[in-house]
Design a protein around this ligand. Structure first.
Ligand code: PRP
Length: 176
């Protein structure tokens, strides 16, 4: 199989610099407190792994996995939580870590779900945000990059399960 090298949209150095800044901000915002970081599988696992190593706080890591289904591929349907966190988040400082806020449906559902569990605080960190595609009002507390409506891959993001291993964020062009 041919090895495809996509056009680079955001380099690994640019990603590292933003993650360091976000980690420093989170460290400052939650000074002397513990945080529970919830990694939304699969896409955010690379971002989350790098981000938690830039947060200088006591930290507990949890994972969730979701699938959306319904009317179309544009995420207009429902979101089902396939894998839930294993520990309580009640009275905890919770930070959900996403790779991308696209229509916003996934994160809207997760924020509503976790809010019901009475965390002390509930924040959102996202690597990417596509404002042109947003259908729901979402506040991103810690955002690395706002991008145009291009199909992006790498650094955790996939196309048909592939390209997650790329160290940068690339653009998938037609034909691949
Ligand atoms: C992607 C991404 C977000 C969601 C964003 O997940 O990781 O969770 O879609 O889209 P939305 O804002 O329109 O809801 P995907 O379903 O591709 O799963 P994956 O992370 O396992 O690749």
């Amino acid at each position: 199989m041919e090895h495809y090298t996509p056009e680079i949209l955001i380099s690994d150095d640019e990603i590292a610099a933003r993650i360091e800044a976000l980690g420093n901000q989170i460290t400052k915002d939650f000074e002397n407190q513990e945080v529970v970081v919830i990694c939304v599988l699969k896409g955010s696992y690379v971002f989350c792994a790098d981000l938690i190593r830039k947060i200088q706080l006591p930290l507990r890591l949890e994972f969730v996995a979701c699938s959306s289904y319904g009317e179309s591929m544009s995420s207009s349907g429902n979101v089902h939580i396939d894998l839930d966190v294993t520990g309580s988040i009640e009275n905890q400082n919770v930070i959900i870590v996403e790779d991308i806020v696209d229509t916003g449906l996934t994160i809207k559902t997760l924020l509503e779900t976790f809010k019901l569990r009475r965390p002390k605080s509930l924040k959102l960190a996202s690597l990417l945000y596509k404002p042109s595609r947003l259908k729901y009002s979402i506040d991103i507390d810690y955002l690395a990059f706002e991008i145009e409506d291009k199909f992006v891959i790498g650094y955790g993001l996939d196309y048909a399960g592939r390209y997650r291993e790329l160290p940068y964020i690339g653009i998938l062009n037609a034909g691949h």
